[in-house]
Ligand binder design. Structure first.
Ligand code: ZN
Length: 250
């Protein structure tokens, strides 16, 4: 029976500020829905406890200035470690896929970390990629970033990596932070077309979102033949989100 791993870590003790939209309610709402829909009653769902990412896990990806301790809190180590925990469960065959429902987020964190960028200090997805490569010998991995903001940190880290396909669909950078993610950012000379940006007009709804999935993302993924697909699953393209102006439904 295919199994799905779930990890939940809302980071109650970590916030940008008390009223900032990037706060624990963001996750608690989804957690409530998971309870109410009875998803946890299914034998196919396995819940895991998070673990801490180590300094080595982070140092495989980032140069932190002046050092890792200065740029991370325990919450960051747990958020990144949750992805690693599900990565282990996936590679040992306990689960066939997983959902790491955690914060702080990571996709704006670039190779060099000076501090918080777009609420991100360390890049959870990139840390997972390099962990799986080191620990299990995976090579070809795809990251599909469906957060409403361009995944500029992930793009920065893997821009010259021919074995990492990065696809980001997001609200057009001329209208939203971080102001990047245009179609001519296609990867370095050794990794040509391994970086694909799909900027979408503000107000794009389910119809546009699904059309991009069917007509661009799915064929490109199929052609790349990745050993693993990671989804940066930001939910801020939802029509109620206060920080962007997209019209995507739940
Ligand atoms: Zn976002």
């Amino acid at each position: 029976m295919p199994k799905t791993g779930l990890i939940f870590f809302p980071a109650f003790d970590w916030a940008i500020s008390p009223t900032h939209p990037e706060r624990e309610e963001r996750l608690l709402y989804t957690r409530d829905q998971i309870f109410e829909e009875g998803i946890l009653d299914h034998a196919e769902i396995i819940e895991y406890k998070p673990r801490l990412a180590t300094e080595k896990d982070i140092a495989r990806v980032h140069f932190c200035v002046p050092n890792i301790n200065a740029r991370t809190t325990t919450a960051h180590l747990i958020s990144a470690g949750s992805a690693l925990k599900l990565g282990d469960a996936l590679m040992t065959g306990e689960i066939t896929n997983g959902f790491s429902h955690v914060r702080p987020p990571g996709h704006h964190a670039m190779r060099i970390v000076y501090g918080n960028r777009g609420f991100c200090n360390i890049n959870n997805e990139a840390i997972l990629v390099e962990y799986l490569r080191k620990q299990y010998g995976l090579r070809k991995i795809a990251i599909v970033d469906t957060d409403v903001h361009h995944g500029d940190g992930t793009q920065d880290i893997f821009y010259h990596d021919p074995d990492l396909l990065f696809i980001s669909m997001h609200q057009d950078g001329r209208t939203l932070y971080p102001g990047t993610g245009f179609i001519d950012e296609v990867g370095g000379p050794g990794a040509y077309l391994k970086n694909i940006n799909i900027p979408l007009p503000p107000g794009t709804s389910d119809e546009g979102f699904l059309r991009v999935w069917r007509e661009i993302i799915n064929p490109v993924l199929k052609n790349f033949e990745p050993e693993l697909i990671i989804n940066s699953a930001g939910q801020d393209n939802h029509f109620t989100d206060p920080m962007a102006i997209m019209q995507v439904s739940a």
